[in-house]
Write a protein that binds this ligand. Structure first.
Ligand code: FMN
Length: 158
C-alpha cells in the first residue's frame, strides 16, 4: 500500500465536524458554497480560524484576501445541505432551497449549530489545496442543536 492510501485510511478512522463555507463574489454577483471538514480554530488573539479548500472547487477563486466568508457548523439533521454542497453534480442546486439566510449578500445555513463570519487575512498554497486564514468578525450561536459529524465514510450522530 502506498503512503497516500495509508494516509487516507488513517484519516477515515477520525471523526470530523461538517461545515459549509460560503461566500459572495462581488464581481460575478454569484453565491458559492462548499462542504468542508478541514476547519480548525487557530487562535483567540486574534480570534481566528483556518480552512483548507481544494483549488479545483468552484468556490476557490471567489475566496480572496480581505473578502468575507461564513462557516456554518451544521446540525445533526442537516445532511441534505451537506450533500448539496459536497457533490459536484449538485452545484447548480445549492442555493435553490430554503436552507439559507443571507447577511451582507453572503449566505449562511439557518438553524446550524453556529455560524462564524470571517475576513480572509492570509492565503497559503500547499499542493492541491489552499489554506485560508480568517479573522472572526461575528458569531451566531444556536445552543439547542447537536453537531453533524463525519467519520468512516458516513454521517454520525452523537
Ligand atoms: C463531509 C465532507 C467533508 C469535506 N471536506 C472538504 C474539505 O475540507 N476541503 C475541500 O476542499 N473539500 C471537502 N469536501 C469535498 C467538497 O465538498 C466537494 O468536492 C465539493 O463538491 C467541491 O465543490 P464544487 O462541487 O463546487 O467544486 C468534503 C466533502 C464532504 C462530503
Amino acid at each position: 500500500m502506498n503512503i497516500k492510501e495509508e494516509f487516507r485510511l488513517a484519516l477515515r478512522e477520525l471523526v470530523y465536524p461538517v461545515c459549509v463555507v460560503s461566500t459572495y463574489n462581488d464581481e460575478t454577483k454569484e453565491n458559492h458554497a462548499i462542504t468542508v471538514s478541514s476547519v480548525t480554530s487557530l487562535s483567540f488573539e486574534p480570534p481566528s480560524i483556518l480552512v483548507c479548500i481544494n483549488k479545483d472547487s468552484s468556490i476557490h477563486s471567489s475566496l480572496k484576501k480581505d473578502s468575507n466568508f461564513n462557516i456554518s457548523f451544521l446540525s445533526s439533521s442537516q445532511t441534505e445541505i451537506s450533500n448539496l454542497c459536497g457533490t459536484d453534480e449538485l452545484s447548480d442546486k445549492r442555493f435553490d432551497n430554503d436552507f439559507w439566510d443571507f447577511k451582507n449578500n453572503i449566505g449562511f445555513i439557518k438553524n446550524s449549530q453556529s455560524v462564524i463570519s470571517c475576513t480572509i487575512k492570509e492565503i497559503t498554497s500547499h499542493g492541491s489545496h489552499s489554506v485560508f486564514f480568517g479573522d472572526v468578525v461575528e458569531v451566531i450561536k444556536n445552543s439547542n442543536t447537536k453537531p453533524l459529524l463525519y467519520g468512516k465514510g458516513e454521517y454520525l450522530d452523537i
